[in-house]
Every structure is written in C-alpha cells, then in structure tokens.
Design a protein around this ligand. Structure first.
Ligand SMILES: C[S@@+](CC[C@H](N)C(=O)[O-])C[C@H]1O[C@@H](n2cnc3c(N)ncnc32)[C@H](O)[C@@H]1O
Length: 272
C-alpha cells in the first residue's frame, strides 16, 4: 500500500495541474454550465431516473460540474476528489452559483477517515476507476457508504478502448494491469499544452469481469450492465462524430463497445 500511496500522491499533483486548464477549456464549457447547462449526459440522466431528494455521494468528482448538475436536479450531494485544486474550484463554483453541495478532498481509499454517513446513491463516472488500483477495496468502500438497499451507479469508458494505441491497434492487455505510467504533455480536453510541463500519470486497467466481480463479491447485486457503441466525449484518439454528442472509433465504428454503465443495489447481508 505504501508504494501505491506514492502513486496517488503523484496523480494528485497531476490533477492539481490539470484543474485550471480543464476549467478554462471548451471541452468542459464552464461558461455554459454557469448559464444553466447540465454537464451530465443523456445516459446517466436516463439511467439514474428521478433523483430529487436523493442523497448522493459522487466519487472522483473533479471540479464538481457533474456533482452540481446532480444537485440542480434536486439531489443532496457530496463530491469527493483527491485533487486540492479540483475541490477548491468545486467549492468556488458551488458558492458562486449558490448551489447547495459539500465537497471533500480525499483519496477514495482514505474517505472513511473524513466521512461517516450513508447515502441513497453512490455515483462515479467517465475516467474514474482507471485511477484506482484495487477494485475489491473500492467496492467495499462503496458498500459501506450505501444505506440498506442503496444504489451504486457508474458509467465508464469501456476497457476495450484502453487496449488501443494511437493507431487504433490492440497493443495493451484488456485484463487487469499493474501500474501503468505515462508522461502527458497535453490534456484530453482541447489538446492544449499543460503549461509546458510534463505530467506523470499512473493508471490501472480493469476488465469488465474485474469490475463486476468486485461488486458481486461485496454483495452489490447487479440490476443492469449496459454497453454502448459510442463515446459521449471526444477524448480518445481516432474518434469520428456519429451523432449529436456521440463519437466512435473511426476504424471499428459501432462494432466495438466504447462505454458501459452499471446499476447495482446493496443487498441486506454479506454472503459467506
Ligand atoms: C477524469 S476525472 C473524472 C471526472 C468525472 N467524469 C466527473 O464527474 O467530473 C478523474 C478524477 O479522479 C480524481 N482522482 C484520481 N485518483 C483519485 C483517488 N485515488 N481518489 C479520489 N479521486 C481521485 C482526479 O483528481 C480527477 O479529478
């Protein structure tokens, strides 16, 4: 775990650098958001259903646009992120827009040290679990924050997409990886340079079975698993537009999965 803490510290610093760049990018369209536009996509809006009055814990909330969009739909929200800059920006936005929300700076794996309450829904989305090494531990944490029969909902980039290199050839393993280190000079947002700096990212790949089994073995009962033949963000190489707010890999098109979503419900007891 000690070695992993260094990885997380590294990633925390990277995300601190990225936050200001992202907040100013056309990709995140903060101005549109400030003017009332939701940052949520049709998938999570439809699959979550009515969240009015629901208490939601949003893991890895970045600078809070999605968290605040959930609040605008009437949910009582708590956003958590490892990045100091992201959480500072999220708090600033909540205050500027007068949206009630709480934000906590914490590593997901250390959240129990700073948050002791339960939620109707634990939520996480797009580009989150690739920053986590241990999904069994992650699922235990999710479970611990859910009220009895509470819901876990996630929507993520499909692990197949992470096997592709910049030429859309399968180069990386689909299956659970050790820590993967990369040096990043441009963000996925609008390809602008990161103030001339090179950031080190440490990530992990997780297959679909690893995600699902971590939930099942922690008594989170799957209600659905959906796979999508397109992305809702233009943030991977070689994507081509295929509809309003939809992109697909130009080589494989809709023959391959691009994203997936899961809804699971906390069961009453852990099965031994
Ligand atoms: C691509 S962003 C996710 C954005 C997300 N779609 C949203 O709701 O806006 C990934 C986020 O994960 C955060 N993160 C990475 N590792 C983390 C960890 N161990 N614990 C908490 N947050 C983490 C980063 O700081 C970053 O804000």
């Amino acid at each position: 775990m000690k070695m992993h803490m260094n990885h997380f510290e590294n990633n925390r610093e990277s995300w601190n650098e990225l936050t200001a760049l992202h907040a100013g990018s056309s990709f995140y369209d903060l101005e549109g958001f400030k003017n009332g536009k939701s940052s949520l996509n049709h998938i999570e809006i439809e699959e979550l259903g009515d969240i009015k009055g629901k208490k939601i814990l949003h893991l890895q909330c970045h600078f809070g646009m999605d968290t605040l969009s959930l609040a605008r739909l009437g949910a009582e929200v708590v956003g958590v992120d490892i990045s100091d800059a992201s959480i500072a920006k999220a708090k600033e936005l909540a205050s500027e827009l007068d949206i009630p929300a709480r934000f906590i700076r914490s590593n997901v794996y250390e959240l129990e040290n700073v948050l002791d309450e339960t939620f109707d829904i634990v939520y996480t989305s797009y580009g989150a679990i690739n920053w986590l090494d241990d999904l069994d531990k992650w699922a235990k944490i999710i479970r611990s924050y859910l009220q009895p029969i509470g819901i876990f909902y996630m929507v993520e980039f499909h692990p197949f997409i992470y096997t592709l290199n910049d030429d859309s050839e399968i180069s990386d393993s689909y299956f659970k990886s050790d820590a993967l280190e990369s040096v990043v000079e441009q963000s996925y947002t609008d390809q602008s340079e990161i103030s001339g700096k090179k950031l080190k990212h440490i990530e992990w790949h997780h297959s679909l079975s690893e995600v699902i089994n971590s939930l099942i073995s922690n008594d989170l009962k799957l209600e659905f698993l959906n796979e999508f033949p397109y992305q809702v963000y233009d943030c991977f190489p070689n994507l081509t537009a295929c509809g309003q707010g939809k992109w697909m890999n130009e080589k494989y098109g809709n023959k391959v999965p691009h994203m997936y979503s899961i809804k699971a419900r906390k069961s009453h007891t852990i099965t031994l």
